[in-house]
Design a protein around this ligand. Structure first.
Ligand code: MOS
Length: 728
């Protein structure tokens, strides 16, 4: 089904099942330990052997020699895989560095060997006996030092890294009120609960990998490319995933090395990246340096807005597009966007939840707070005054839906914003300095082609199969809700199977496109199934109503299951998106409001209240959507106050590579969180009229906290995370 004209009325609009706060179908399995994760699939092969990954101990250089003798003789060892004996390996299309190093080492903890043994302990012990001899080369590990050498990256997906509208320099120079500040955000880790893990088994020249991956078709394709084998011979299975946040968008070392280990050992092999390996072996969110300039008239209207963002990556890596949202979030006739990429030899930087906007909004929304202060304007009012309903870079292009102003107004009202004292450091509650802060939230809402297969069984159960993944987001549930709505069934009459490359290719879980795109693909397949059912029953599909397990047409009412009486009906389709996303700017918006308390003596920061008001299209399931947003707000607290990969700039690695030293928020750090969704449906986004909210919930939260800290203390911190040493 091609979606190229705005949606009109369709069966989803009934909202009998879609839009209801159904519990997560997989929730019980996940919370009772009965959802098997990749590493736990003991059932898939007999005698599964264990692989242990040895990571490089240098940040840059080469392996001069690697003595495997002692490891080979160690008890239980079945095989050792290195670049020397692995055979030819290509590099996955989406990997900036090879997943198995040798002889060159591109980054610290890049895998140099996999030891396969009868037990995990034997594999780990044998790996400790391998003695690689490295020749260390000088690497580049310091973004600030490389900033002046950064270059303009290549354009990507038709989008230029830079843009200039009007005469920025002149307008900025002439503006009566100006801000020119630089903000920094650190490298961050996804730190999902389930580590990267895979079990691989060969059957002749066919490979099956049970893994933990957000994007099944990308993963299967890159695994085939890397191994130099036909894609049809690779099967990836990933039905349950314990978090991803972008860290599992791509093929990683666990899957490739499990495949190589299984080939070498002639046994099924399981590989999990240990927690201390994950931080340097896999990807992370790159650090940024961001310079923001805003010039405004005394009337509070922005005349000039400029955002320059620097980040670094390996030679084949891409920039963190932290300036992008500034192209379109606020009005202003004169604009300048610059994206610069420096060469760094740190581990690969790549997508982490809301890549671009998450760190970009952390900077932009402090800058907006600072400007409001300079102008003597309330920060909510300053943002409202600079709202735009068109893309400021292409004024002929409107936002399909843009309710930012409503989010801000409703948020201010619900949060009691009018009680805020705009004078910093003036509110005290016992030993706590109290402050309120806010920020706008913004995140794009892309769409992706997405396919599904649906089957009506003789028992009347509808089964949906798609390679869509559920990374803890609720995909199972919203997909079941979609099929149930389309076929007039209760939720319990729909079965959903996900995350298998033998199913039709879906949008996958990424870029907050998953919910809208994957359910739209299921919608398309269900339209086809309705037609097949109507034909079978001899009713007119155009006026047939699917309701209460029946197909009603004219004065006839036939049980849906009747259509499958002589045999189940299976159909497949996909949703393909035309140019609506080019004709309309499809984005999601939020207002984030935060209250903090800061201990007057120790400078300890406690977040006391949080509110997000979100405009994100039709909300397919308010319970799972709320869970996405409160999770994202929690991640925003981490980004504001604690998360930071500490770079060892001499030796080139992240020094805090475990969860004891890479701090993320725990329950005790998180206060009451309130989430409100505006009633919205975007007919240009898909037949579902939905968008994403899982990344929106993060964008802006960090700045709202930084702004609240400023309101509480008068201290303006522009360098994240805002640890207490920066407040004393
Ligand atoms: Mo997302 S960072 O595309 O999982």
């Amino acid at each position: 089904m091609k979606f190229d004209t705005p949606a009109t009325t369709n069966p989803i609009d009934r909202m009998r099942v879609v839009g209801q706060p159904a519990d997560r179908i997989d929730g019980r399995f996940k919370t009772t330990g009965t959802a098997p994760y990749a590493y736990e699939r003991h059932d898939v092969a007999p005698d599964i052997a264990y692989g242990y990954v040895l990571g490089a101990a240098i940040g840059k250089g080469r392996i001069a020699a690697m003595d495997l003798d002692a490891a080979r003789r160690a008890p239980g060892v079945l095989a050792i895989v290195t670049a020397e004996n692995a055979g030819p390996l290509d590099k996955g299309q989406r990997n900036a560095a090879k997943l198995l190093a040798g002889p060159e080492v591109d980054h610290y903890h890049q895998a140099v060997a996999l030891v396969v043994a009868e037990s995990f302990e034997e594999a780990r012990h044998a790996a400790s006996l391998i003695e690689p001899r490295y020749e260390t080369a000088k690497g580049l590990f310091d973004l600030a030092a490389q900033r002046s050498a950064a270059v303009k990256p290549e354009s990507e997906g038709g989008k230029e890294p830079d843009s200039t509208i009007g005469d920025f320099a002149a307008a900025f120079g002439a503006a009566p009120v100006r801000l020119d500040e630089t903000y920094t955000t650190p490298d961050q880790a996804h730190a999902m609960m389930e580590p990267h893990a895979s079990i691989a088994a060969w059957n002749g020249d066919e490979l099956t990998v049970w893994t933990s991956n957000q994007m099944i078709a990308w993963g299967a394709g890159d695994l085939a490319t890397t191994l130099g084998m036909p894609k049809e011979k690779v099967r990836l299975v990933s039905p349950y995933i314990g978090g991803g946040f972008g860290g599992k968008l791509f093929l990683r070392a666990d899957a490739l090395l499990a495949a190589l280990g299984a080939r070498a050992a002639k046994r099924a092999v399981k590989v999990a990246l240990t927690r201390p390996l994950m931080f340097n072996n896999t990807t992370h969110r790159p650090a940024t340096i961001q310079r923001i300039r805003i010039g405004a008239g005394r009337d509070g209207r922005i005349a000039a807005i400029g955002h320059e963002a620097w980040s670094g990556n390996l030679p084949d890596g891409r920039p963190e597009n932290a300036a992008d949202q500034t192209r379109m979030l606020y009005a202003g006739a004169h604009r300048e966007i610059r994206t610069r990429l420096a060469r760094l030899d740190l581990p690969e930087g790549n997508a982490m939840r809301a890549p671009g906007e998450a760190p970009g909004m952390m900077a932009l929304e402090i800058a907006m707070d600072e400007m409001a202060e300079k102008l003597g304007l309330d920060p909510v009012e300053f943002r409202i005054r600079n709202d735009t309903q068109v893309d400021p870079e292409k004024p002929e292009r409107r936002f399909s839906e843009r309710q930012l102003v409503r989010c801000l107004q409703m948020g201010a009202e619900r949060f009691g914003w009018s009680a805020r004292n705009p004078k910093p450091a003036s509110v005290r509650d016992g030993r706590w300095l109290v402050g309120l802060g806010m920020a706008a939230g913004f995140r794009d809402s892309p769409t992706m082609t997405s396919g599904a297969r649906v089957r009506l069984g003789r028992d009347g159960v509808v089964t949906v199969e798609t390679d869509m993944t559920d990374i803890g987001t609720g995909s199972y549930t919203i997909i079941a809700q979609t099929a149930a709505e389309m076929l007039g069934l209760p939720l319990g009459m729909v079965a959903v199977s996900l995350g298998d490359s033998s199913f039709p290719i879906s949008a996958g879980s990424g870029g907050q496109w998953g919910a809208n795109s994957s359910t739209a693909g299921v919608y398309a397949a269900c339209v086809k199934l309705r037609e097949a059912v109507a034909q079978k029953l001899g009713v007119n599909s155009a006026d047939a109503v699917f309701e209460d397990g029946e197909v009603r047409s004219g004065n006839r009412a036939i049980a849906l299951a009747e259509a499958a009486r002589d045999g189940e009906i299976t159909v497949e389709d996909k949703i393909e998106f035309g140019d609506l996303s080019k004709r309309f700017q499809q984005s999601t918006f939020a207002g984030h409001f935060v209250e903090v308390g800061i201990d007057a003596a120790t400078a300890e920061v406690r977040v006391r209240r949080m509110l997000a008001v979100c405009a994100a299209g039709r909300i397919l399931n308010p319970k799972t959507a709320r869970s996405q947003v409160i999770g994202a707000m929690t991640m925003g607290v981490g980004a504001a106050l604690m998360e930071e990969l500490a770079v060892d700039k001499r030796r080139g690695f992240f020094a805090n590579h475990d969860l004891a030293t890479y701090e993320v928020p725990v329950h005790a750090d998180i206060p009451h969180q309130e989430v409100v969704f505006l009633d919205e449906a975007d007919p240009t986004s898909s037949p579902m009229k939905a968008k994403g909210c899982g990344e929106l919930g993060l964008c802006g939260v960090g700045a709202a906290i930084a702004n609240a800290i400023h309101n509480a203390t008068g201290i303006r911190v522009r360098d994240y995370p805002i640890t207490l040493d920066k407040l004393i």
